[in-house]
Design a protein around this ligand. Structure first.
Ligand SMILES: [Zn+2]
Length: 69
């Protein structure tokens, strides 16, 4: 589960995509969240709560923390 994300963040999900990749880019935020698979460019829409539960790690948030320190 993740708690924070922003447009353009890269995230991994608990389950890899059907194509075998597991890295997604957030392409829309709001009540519904759209994520795009970086490997096959498939876009998936989830409601916000569902997205937060199903996401495993926000790769971009870690990068931001590194930049801040
Ligand atoms: Zn994919």
């Amino acid at each position: 589960m993740i708690t924070r994300f922003e447009l353009g963040d890269h995230v991994t999900m608990r389950k890899p995509h059907a194509c075998g990749a597991n890295e997604w880019v957030v392409v829309r935020t709001g009540a519904d969240v759209k994520i795009r698979c970086v490997s096959c460019n498939r876009v998936v829409m989830l409601d916000r709560g569902d997205f937060l539960k199903r996401a495993k790690k926000n790769l971009s948030e870690g990068m931001r923390e590194l930049e801040e320190t």
